[in-house]
Write a protein that binds this ligand. Sequence first.
Ligand code: SF4
Length: 287
Amino acid sequence: MQKLTVHAGFTCPNRDGTVSAGGCTFCNNEGFSPSYCDPSKPIHVQIEEGLTFVRNRYPRANRFVAYFQTYSNTYAPLPRLKEIYGEALRHPAISGLVIGTRPDCVDEEKLDYLAWLARKYFIKIEYGLESCYDDSLKRVNRGHTFRRSEEAIAMTAKKKLFTGIHLIIGLPGETRSQMLAQVDTINRLPIQAIKLHQLQIVKDTPMAIEYEQNPDAFALFDLEEYVDFVVAFLERLRPDIAIDRFSGEIPPRLITGKRWGMIRSDAVIRMVEDKMNALDTYQGRLK
Ligand code: SF4
């Protein structure tokens, strides 16, 4: 089963002035969307074009889920969400939805609707947690607290929805031991999946300006250091939590500061596996 990214033209309360107008300091969504994701095209057209792209890249894929990735994909009134999700689910190749959003963009009514869809389709909701520390969230202008994430995750778990989180490893102000200590907090959350993403400083973001002015405030990971960190993190992570992603894959041309070159995520996964085999360790060993 393969995810197929679609762009429904949502925005985000941290950009439209509802929470803030500046957005998270690391955010540049436009740089990450595949070329076929054009919000001016209807969802079913994006799916058709995406299928050509994805089938070419992943020839073994035979089932697909629509991935609402860009901006906050529950940030609209429920009738609008029903239209958008419904259009994706009506496509015969689509078996479910993965919906990325902020923890302050869900409520009981929206989650009830998703839980209803989940009776028939694979539905996953993915919260941008980014950090368990309020100081870090404030520093990157996230516009919500960790408490808000906990509440959204608890509400989602009550509806028995498949829940994932996204965590950025390497935010400024966090020490390596603080980054690692987050795993204990994460183990207590009722989640089924996690995505790890090394901090990459994307051009044309407030963080890129901050980095230019004060690079010493950022302790960016080398590739080998990051692999060691991920192994230590996994050793402490609850073994039933699926790892959706070990690292980010932003095109090097969009990154300023430390780059790993053209290394793809699957190469990072192999490095993590090799390291774990060499150490004869496994997920949850130190939990
Ligand atoms: S990272 Fe997400 S929440 Fe933050 S500004 Fe970008 S779209 Fe909004």
